[in-house]
Design a protein around this ligand. Structure first.
Ligand code: ZN
Length: 150
């Protein structure tokens, strides 16, 4: 990887000391997600009430990009209305794929990922789990495993 140094630092820092890692016993939705291409596995848990993400935690293991992206995501969505989290998902999804601008702030550290197509799945894994978690809440459907394959 040859990303700007500042970005690397933010990513490595989050990967070493992820925010909101742990189990959420009173979660209202739990979404396991895996990225077999890299071996990343993340289970995202949210506690949603009145259309707001009150609490968020995750467990799992993955590469530095995956862990950093997950950590930053949990920090960005905690306490936010679901609609805002969904809007952020779209921006990050487009930004990481290079078809849009990344949000400002520390999430901008992921903007370099678009130059490494094989890492895009790593960066988006937790965000896809988030989208599923928000969808499950709205649709009231079953919880399915999110995978980057198929
Ligand atoms: Zn990975």
């Amino acid at each position: 990887m040859n990303m700007p140094e500042l970005y690397q630092e933010i990513i490595l820092d989050h990967a070493k000391r992820p925010m909101n890692k742990g189990v959420l016993p009173d979660a209202t939705v739990t979404v396991p997600a895996d990225n077999p291409t890299c071996g990343d596995e993340v289970t995202l848990q949210l506690r949603v009430a009145d259309g707001r993400i009150e609490e968020v935690k995750f467990t799992g293991q993955g590469c530095a990009i995956c862990m950093a992206s997950t950590s930053m995501m949990t920090r960005a969505i905690k306490g936010k209305p679901c609609a805002e989290a969904e809007a952020l998902y779209r921006r990050v999804h487009d930004g990481v794929r290079g078809s849009g601008e990344m949000p400002k702030g520390e999430l901008g550290a992921l903007s370099g990922v678009k130059d490494f197509p094989q890492r895009v799945k790593c960066a988006l894994l937790a965000w896809e789990a988030l989208r599923e978690a928000l969808g499950v809440r709205k649709g009231g459907g079953g919880e399915r495993v999110v995978t980057t394959e198929g």
